[in-house]
Design a protein around this ligand. Structure first.
Ligand SMILES: [Zn+2]
Length: 307
């Protein structure tokens, strides 16, 4: 069945077809990309706004880090998000200042998450850096968030003292954890706090059977599909993913993952691409993945522990 938001002319974004990129790729080619970004954004901002009939989208995985805000001021960034037809956007940034700039510009649109990184260079070192904790504590004391993350953690590192403290802070403040890592890390966090709420970034880049098995074990685990090309191609949802979405209609959500400034190009394109494959699913399932599941996840947060 075709719905009004189905856009047959939309093609899969180049970003979504690419293989998942690791932290090393995040800084590659940045200079050249920045120059192109300004040109491309001028075009995007001039593009017609999203059709009112389009499916609204909650984008659960956006970053607005120091090099992005230098290129794309908050007002223009918000205009870009609105033109993509995004209803709400969960943002975390290196440093958190980027998130606060966007939130100040559009508190109705931006859902702030506290990233532990002060610069993007901390992706691989933060979990052994005790100075991260006072940084998080001071931000938590002065700003409001729905989550801590996105942070990167794998395997036994999830049981290191810094990560344990992050899990405890999330519990204390009633926050989600936006975790980019493997199944082992997810299990270790739930081992520390069985009542934790985790948004599993990129569904761990795990296979659909592995994702399903992990979701079965943890009712308070959600997954974003950011930077994955495998759920659909040419507007058709892959069979394994259709089964996965059908088994867990309430746990998946979308994300663009603007991990580098040039990724902001893809926000409208990614939204159009996602609407196209969502149209291949029954409407309630499509709406769940598009925005309802993310809202329900926010509503399922635990209350903060009274001091
Ligand atoms: Zn990310």
């Amino acid at each position: 069945m075709r719905r009004p938001y189905h856009r047959p002319e939309a093609s899969g974004p180049a970003s979504a077809r690419a293989a998942p990129a690791g932290p090393a790729a995040m800084t590659a080619g940045l200079g050249a990309a920045l120059a192109g970004l300004a040109v491309a954004l001028a075009g995007l901002l001039a593009a017609p706004s999203a059709d009112a009939a389009e499916l609204p989208i909650f984008d659960a995985h956006v970053h607005y880090s120091h090099d992005a805000w230098a290129t794309l001021p908050p007002k223009e960034a918000v205009a870009l998000l609105r033109r993509a037809g995004l209803k709400r956007v969960m943002v975390s940034s290196s440093s958190d200042e980027g998130t606060q700039k966007l939130f100040a510009e559009a508190p109705d649109l931006i859902v702030p998450s506290l990233r532990p990184y002060r610069t993007r260079n901390e992706i691989g070192t933060w979990v052994r850096d005790a100075s991260v904790i006072p940084h998080l504590e001071s931000r938590l004391a002065s700003h409001r968030y729905v989550a801590i993350g996105e942070f990167h953690v794998y395997g036994a590192d999830a049981d290191l003292p810094v990560m344990r403290r992050v899990v405890a802070l999330a519990r204390q403040h009633g926050l989600l954890l936006h975790l980019h890592g493997d199944v082992d890390a997810v299990e270790r966090v739930f081992g520390q706090d069985p009542g934790a709420r985790i948004l599993w970034a990129h569904a761990g880049f795990a296979s659909p059977p592995e994702v399903r098995a992990t979701l079965r074990r943890h009712p308070m685990l959600w997954a974003d599909l950011a930077f994955r090309s495998d759920p659909a191609s040419d507007g058709r949802v892959a069979a394994e993913w259709r089964e996965t979405f059908t088994e867990f209609p309430n746990r998946f959500m979308l994300g663009t993952d603007t991990f580098s400034p040039e990724r902001w190009w893809y926000v409208p394109e990614h939204a159009a691409w996602a609407r196209r494959w969502l149209a291949d699913l029954p409407a309630p399932l499509a709406e769940g993945i598009a925005w309802r599941n993310a809202e329900a996840m926010l509503a399922a947060r635990r209350p903060p522990i009274a001091p």
